[in-house]
Design a protein. Structure first.
Length: 221
């Protein structure tokens, strides 16, 4: 029998190496983070978010790059909802401070000045707790939400408009800003209480819910 000609089928290309779990996780975190932030800004967290990963690889990598050491591992009870809430709360608090300072300097209503002064004390005590939670979770020091335009988060344009106003117009803008901010933070806190998994984070969220509801009641409806 004549011998068969050698096969001309080209050798199959080597299979691409499977992506590492860390690489997949980083891509997933980006999509996950966007979805959770959208839900947070709406005041409602998806019920399953609390079962997310205990720490985001992107946050761990950022922490590792800053410290030059091993990635920080968040406590096991930190779920996706907890991480997203802490990461959003820090700029929410930070970016309201200049508004409170403007009220203390420019408002004519003594009750409004006292509310702003008292609320600034609440925020000044709360921010170290939130930053400590962020450090525990390995979140980036610089929040990706800082400067964004979203409900309750005071942006530079709004702050500039209040700074340029005076009298009744200033007080109207400041009251509207505080109403929106306090309502949004109370809503976000209740979402964390419903969907979060970390008792430590939820304790801070309970304090946020209580204080924002208390101070919101003092503003005109």
């Amino acid at each position: 029998m004549p011998s068969r000609p050698p096969s001309t089928t080209p050798p199959s290309a080597p299979a691409s190496p499977a992506a590492s779990p860390a690489a997949v996780g980083c891509r997933g975190v980006s999509r996950w983070g966007s979805a959770v932030v959208v839900a947070l800004c709406a005041g409602v967290l998806a019920a399953g978010c609390g079962s997310g990963p205990p720490a985001t690889p992107s946050a761990q990598s950022a922490q590792s790059a800053r410290t030059g050491g091993a990635p920080v591992q968040a406590p096991a009870d930190f779920g996706g909802t907890d991480l997203a809430w802490v990461e959003l709360m820090i700029p929410m608090d930070e970016q309201l401070l200049p508004v409170l300072d403007l009220v203390a300097q420019k408002a004519a209503d003594p009750a409004f000045v006292k509310l702003a002064t008292d609320l600034r004390g609440v925020y000044s005590a709360e921010l170290p707790r939130l930053r400590a939670l962020g450090t525990m979770a390995g979140l980036p020091t610089e929040s990706p939400h800082k400067g964004h335009k979203m409900p309750g988060l005071v942006d530079a344009d709004r702050l500039a408009a209040m700074g340029a106003s005076s009298g009744a117009d200033f007080e109207r803008q400041a009251v509207d800003c505080l109403k929106e901010h306090l309502d949004q933070l109370a809503s976000l806190a209740h979402s964390e209480l419903t969907n979060g998994t970390s008792p430590t984070v939820k304790a801070v969220a309970q304090s946020v819910a209580d204080t924002r509801t208390q101070y919101r009641a003092q503003l005109k409806t």
